[in-house]
Design a protein around this ligand. Structure first.
Ligand code: MN
Ligand code: MN
Length: 315
C-alpha cells in the first residue's frame, strides 16, 4: 500500500491533487490507524422523493478539497488533535434490499466502534442514521442532536418501516436513543398529516421548529441543546435540508424558510465539548445541485462536525 498518500496529510501540497479523500485525509491502512474514521455511505434506496443522495459522498469529498485544516472561528485544527482517516465507503452486497443494506452499514460502523474509532458517516439518505445508531448505542440509549427540516419520526411508507422519513422513530422503538435527551432543530415544511411531529413531541423529544430558531437565534438553541444533553453520550445527525434551498438546493426534500450556512456554522460551533459517540451528514444529492453549492456546504459543515469530534481527543 506504499502507493497511497502519506500518513500525515501535506496541507501545503496542492489540494486538488491526489485521490479525493475527505479533506485529503490519508486513506486508512488499517482500522487501528484512526481516532476518527470518516466514511461514505453511497446509498439512497430508502428515499421517498427526489433521488441522488447516493452520489453525495463522492462529491462531498471532491468539494472538501477546498476546506483547509484550521477553523477561523475556533482555531481548532482537527488533524492536530486526532488521527483523522478516510475509511473509504461502506461496501454493499444487497443494495436493492434496505434492511440488508442497513445491516452492512451497522457492521461497518460497528467495526469502527469496536476499534474505538469515532465514526463520521457521510450519506446517503437519512435512513442510514438508524444502523449507525445501532452501532454506537452499545451501552444503552444515547442522546441525540438532530438538525433537519423534518423530524424523520414518521412510520411506514409504501410498506417499509425503514424509509428515510422514519429512522428516529425506529431508533426510539429499538431503545437506541433516549427521546427525553433528544432535540430536533430546524423543523418545518408542509406534511400530509401531523403524525410525525406529534410522535416526536409525545415521546418527549424537544422539537425546535425553524421559526423558533430564527426568533431566538442558533446560539440560544445550541445552548439549550448542550444543557439538555449534558455529559451523556450523544450522537449528532445533520440533514443538509435543514439549510434553506438557497444554500442547499441539491437535496431530495427541500423546504423554504431554513437556516443559512452561517446559522448552521453558529449552531454547530455552539455544540463544542459534548461527549460525541458518532455523527453523520446526509441527504446531499449532487444531481439536483446548482453547481456544487450544496456539496460545498456539506463538506464545510462535515468539517465543523469533524472539529467537534476531534475536540474529544484534546489533551
Ligand atoms: Mn432527514
Ligand atoms: Mn430532511
Amino acid at each position: 500500500m506504499s502507493f497511497r498518500p502519506p500518513a500525515a496529510p501535506d496541507r501545503f501540497a496542492p489540494r486538488f491533487a491526489e485521490l479525493a479523500t475527505f479533506m485529503r485525509a490519508p486513506l486508512a491502512e488499517a482500522i487501528t490507524d484512526a481516532d476518527i474514521g470518516i466514511f461514505g455511505i453511497p446509498y439512497d434506496g430508502a428515499l421517498t422523493n427526489r433521488p441522488g443522495a447516493r452520489h453525495g459522498p463522492r462529491e462531498i469529498r471532491n468539494q472538501s478539497s477546498l476546506i483547509r485544516a484550521v477553523n477561523h472561528a475556533t482555531r481548532v485544527d482537527p488533524f492536530a488533535l486526532a488521527r483523522v482517516r478516510d475509511m473509504g465507503d461502506v461496501p454493499f452486497e444487497s443494495m436493492f434490499d434496505i434492511e440488508a443494506t442497513h445491516e452492512a452499514i451497522a457492521r461497518f460502523s460497528g467495526d469502527l466502534v469496536a476499534a474505538k474509532v469515532l465514526p463520521l458517516g457521510i450519506g446517503g439518505d437519512h435512513s442510514v442514521s438508524l444502523p449507525l445508531l445501532r452501532a454506537v448505542a452499545t451501552g444503552g440509549p444515547v442522546a441525540l442532536i438532530h438538525v433537519d427540516a423534518h423530524t424523520d419520526t414518521w412510520d411506514s411508507f409504501q410498506g417499509s418501516k425503514f424509509n428515510h422519513g422514519a429512522p428516529f422513530r425506529r431508533a426510539v422503538e429499538e431503545g437506541l436513543i433516549d427521546p427525553t435527551a433528544t432535540i430536533q432543530i430546524g423543523i418545518r415544511g408542509t406534511q400530509n398529516a401531523a403524525e410525525g411531529w406529534d410522535y416526536s413531541e409525545s415521546c418527549g423529544m424537544r422539537v425546535v421548529f425553524c421559526e423558533e430558531l430564527h426568533d431566538r437565534g442558533p446560539q440560544a438553541i445550541a445552548e439549550e441543546a448542550r444543557a439538555l444533553v449534558g455529559d451523556r453520550a450523544v450522537y449528532l445527525s445533520f440533514d443538509i435540508d435543514s439549510l434553506d434551498p438557497v444554500y442547499a438546493p441539491g437535496t431530495g426534500t427541500p423546504e423554504i424558510g431554513g437556516m443559512t450556512t452561517h446559522q448552521a456554522q453558529v449552531l454547530l460551533r455552539g455544540l463544542r465539548g459534548l461527549q460525541y459517540v458518532g455523527a453523520d451528514l446526509v441527504e446531499v444529492s449532487p444531481p439536483l445541485d446548482n453547481g456544487t453549492v450544496t456539496s460545498l456546504a456539506g463538506a464545510a459543515l462535515s468539517y465543523e462536525i469533524l472539529c467537534l469530534l476531534a475536540e474529544r481527543f484534546a489533551t
